[in-house]
Design a protein around this ligand. Structure first.
Ligand SMILES: Cc1cc2nc3c(=O)[nH]c(=O)nc-3n(C[C@H](O)[C@H](O)[C@H](O)COP(=O)(O)O)c2cc1C
Length: 325
């Protein structure tokens, strides 16, 4: 069993070691506050609470600042937000780091190779810092420990969103992380109920990081038709395609099938079109529900066949609690 009062719960100052995933376009203040109010840690992802695109780094940072303040009108419990590194991170990183330093957000999830400087700055600002690496290598866990992170997330290929390139399943991924580091390990990928929490706990995980199950929650910001489709889908209905950072699973909309074709033809030659489909696809497909017209992505984890109803965040948290002691 997973301990309710595990090191993850203690370090993050939460009642249950449950973190809702920082899903691009698929989080907002309401959902994040609901998770934190239910005793977990709600995590704001990229474009949290937004419906419109922007390419301005300043606007992106301002939007995140506003969303954090909005969550703060709904909860005084710990909340988190994500810093994502794509390549060098470009001009988006520094304005966002400043927002996180200045605002009342307690935990920063650093995705991929975030430089030591930022980890130190978050710690100096009194935040806890969690590491997640899409590539999930032994080396990355060792490095995270040396850099002073407070915990690591390990995601198996079962997860929604981009999963690890070597397609390592959640069971094995947890064991790899446990062996590589003495930091608390938070498991992700296919965790949707009490039984899966229990299984992750038996393998040594001290917390869970959950995306797909929270997509089909009452409080999730995605379109109602997307939630209803998630409940209806089976794993067989999904296709696995090469994403920008690793494989993803999606309902096969024409957009995603076209992307698969372009990827197979030449990823390098079609980089612009491919990135456009993926990065905008969460917004057009899931958030706005455009997948019915064949637009965008409907990206969800392999556990989709076991997600059979739309529940409130509190009901989902109650179910997870059944797998803890
Ligand atoms: C729609 C969707 C979007 C996601 N976007 C991101 C993202 O932008 N950054 C990130 O680190 N992970 C993202 N993820 C992955 C999750 O963070 C997490 O690893 C995964 O959802 C856990 O597995 P599960 O979906 O089986 O619960 C996304 C997942 C989903 C389902």
């Amino acid at each position: 069993m997973m301990k309710k009062n595990s090191r993850v719960a203690q370090v993050l100052g939460i009642e249950y070691p449950v973190i809702s995933a920082a899903m691009s376009w698929v989080t907002d203040a309401r959902m994040v506050a609901a998770v934190s109010n239910a005793g977990g840690l709600g995590m704001l992802g990229a474009n949290a609470g937004q419906t419109e695109l922007t390419s301005s780094p300043e606007e992106t940072a301002d939007r995140m600042r506003n969303e954090i303040r909005k969550v703060r009108t709904m909860t005084d419990k710990p909340i988190g937000a994500q810093l994502m590194m794509v390549g060098s991170g470009g001009p988006f990183v520094e304005p966002l780091v400043k927002v996180y330093e200045e605002e009342d957000v307690n935990v920063i999830l650093c995705l991929n190779d975030v430089p030591q400087e930022y980890v130190d700055r978050f710690h100096a600002a009194g935040k806890k810092v969690i590491h997640k690496d899409i590539f999930a290598t032994v080396e990355s866990f060792k490095k995270a420990e040396a850099m002073g992170y407070d915990a690591v997330i390990v995601a198996g290929v079962d997860c929604g969103g981009h999963s690890n390139v070597k397609c390592i399943g959640t069971f094995t991924a947890i064991r790899i992380a446990k062996e590589a580091t003495s930091l608390p390990v938070i498991a992700a990928g296919g965790i949707i109920d009490g039984v899966s929490v229990q299984a992750a706990g038996i393998l040594g995980a001290e917390g869970i990081y959950v995306g797909s199950r929270f997509c089909a929650s009452v409080e999730s910001p995605i379109a109602q038709n997307t939630k209803e489709k998630i409940v209806e889908l089976n794993t067989d209905d999904l296709v696995q395609v090469e994403g920008i950072f690793g494989p993803i699973m999606s309902y096969p909309t024409p957009d995603i099938l076209k992307c698969k074709e372009l990827m197979e033809d030449s990823q390098a030659k079609n980089a612009g079109a491919i990135t456009g489909t993926y990065s905008g696809g969460y917004r057009t497909g899931m958030l706005l529900g455009g997948w019915t017209e064949g637009v965008g992505l409907l990206d969800i984890g392999a556990s989709v066949g076991q997600i059979k109803n739309i529940l409130t965040v509190q009901e989902i948290m109650d179910e997870f609690a059944k797998g803890m002691e």
